[in-house]
Write a protein that binds this ligand. Structure first.
Ligand SMILES: [Zn+2]
Length: 260
């Protein structure tokens, strides 16, 4: 029996822990910090068997070194990025079998936030790092808008029931931005209310599902007339392609982020 729990790290990062509850082995994704992971493993009496890394940013990899001092385990990561301690260099369409917990995951190359960024997925869940967030997407630091658009489209092509595990708790502010873009969207309003309730209790709003993301995430809705119109109004120009809409949304979000 596999289940996933989230470990709080740094100010708003999540370290996902994939747990085989029968044999008590587990794998963690993006340990930005080691101590919260150690505490979680101790508390739940789990054996760590591997580390998965989505991209090279420090808040996703900073815990690796300390974890490797204690555990002699493989570290899987993106072939195109520098990650200390990485033992398995992964590319698009690769498959990894995590024998200790008894699952196989596929690799999807999703450049945009960083150039080598990868996601890990199966037919039930996906770890999207800082590319697709709940109700948002990552900043485009290294890649191009076209790459980000293509990466988000690839993720969105998976089954709608897929659970989306992202690397940060940003959902509330993302939904406030989504509401600026689509003030008439009742799914966004409803989700914002649910998310506010969860956050008041300090509970994670992750995972979401791809179905919910498609209803409420403006960055997955660049082809919708309401989103296009809003982006055109903000940028004061007509936008011919969904990639142009995405570029405006990303620029707009960067501009207002601190106020959300
Ligand atoms: Zn990042």
């Amino acid at each position: 029996m596999i289940h996933i729990q989230l470990i709080n790290a740094l100010s708003d990062n999540y370290i996902a822990c994939i747990i085989n509850s029968t044999n008590k082995y587990c794998v963690i994704v993006d340990p930005g910090e080691a101590d919260p992971a150690f505490n979680f493993l101790n508390e739940h009496q789990l054996h760590l068997s591997a580390i998965l890394i989505t991209h090279h940013h420090w808040d996703h990899i900073n815990g690796i070194e300390k974890l490797l001092e204690k555990f002699d385990i493989p570290v899987y990561g993106p072939s195109k990025e520098p990650v200390n301690g990485m033992t398995h260099h992964l590319n698009d369409n690769d498959k990894i079998t995590l024998e200790a917990i008894g699952i196989t995951l596929k690799i999807m190359h999703i450049p945009g936030h960083t150039l080598g960024h990868i996601a890990y997925y199966n037919d039930q869940f996906i770890f999207t790092g800082d590319t697709l967030f709940s109700a948002g997407c990552g900043r485009i630091f290294e890649g191009t808008v076209d790459q980000m658009y293509h990466s988000l489209s690839k993720i969105a092509s998976l089954d709608e029931k897929t659970l989306v595990y992202c690397g940060h708790e940003y959902t509330a502010s993302n939904l406030k931005f989504a509401q600026l873009v689509e003030p008439e969207n009742s799914d966004i309003q409803k989700r914002l209310e649910e998310v506010s309730t969860l956050r008041q209790q300090n509970l994670p709003t992750v995972p979401s599902t791809l179905a919910l993301e498609k209803l409420t995430n403006p960055f997955l809705r660049c082809t919708f007339p309401s989103v296009k119109k809003s982006a055109e109004k903000y940028s004061r120009k007509s936008l011919a392609t969904p990639q142009e809409v995405l570029a405006v949304l990303r620029h707009w979000k960067n501009h207002v982020s601190s106020q959300l």
